[in-house]
Design a protein around this ligand. Structure first.
Ligand SMILES: [Zn+2]
Length: 149
């Protein structure tokens, strides 16, 4: 962590390493993986993509999550969500396990199966509060706009 109340990219790497070692150790890392804070966004918390030129995977975490008022569980949930995509062959060299990355709640089911159900429950509670604290704007949009890519 850096001074001034902000998390940095070393901290993100540490969280990724922690989650991988403890909950995804059966998933081999077969390419280079980068994790970074991206821009600040209200509705998109994380994303994962494959770079086709060097076959590396890039995970982006919402820049708002640098702030300590966002609980660590929320950052962990976002990273774990993207790791499920990696394990399922989305934006990773692994074989694709489904046609669509989110179909039928596969991501949350996988998080539960891996012992990370607590993060899902924490996230679901937190995101309700988060949405209700957003501006009036959100009233005109359904809540599924908020979440992980
Ligand atoms: Zn996703």
């Amino acid at each position: 962590m850096t001074e001034g109340g902000f998390r940095d990219e070393n901290w993100l790497l540490y969280r990724l390493d922690y989650l991988w070692r403890n909950y995804f150790s059966d998933v081999p890392q077969t390419n280079r993986i980068y994790i970074k804070f991206g821009r600040q966004a209200r509705y998109r918390f994380g994303s994962i993509r494959l770079c086709y030129t060097d076959n590396s995977t890039h995970i982006r975490i919402n820049g708002l999550f640098k702030r300590f008022n966002i609980p660590t569980e929320i950052v962990d949930h976002t990273i774990a969500h993207e790791l499920v995509h990696y394990a399922h062959g989305f934006s990773s060299p692994h074989p694709k396990m489904h046609h669509y990355p989110h179909k039928g709640g596969v991501v949350d089911r996988e998080l539960y199966r891996r012992g990370l159900g607590g993060l899902v429950d924490f996230y679901n509670k937190w995101v309700k509060e988060y949405i209700s604290n957003l501006s009036l704007f959100i009233l005109f949009f359904p809540s599924y706009l908020v979440g992980n890519g």
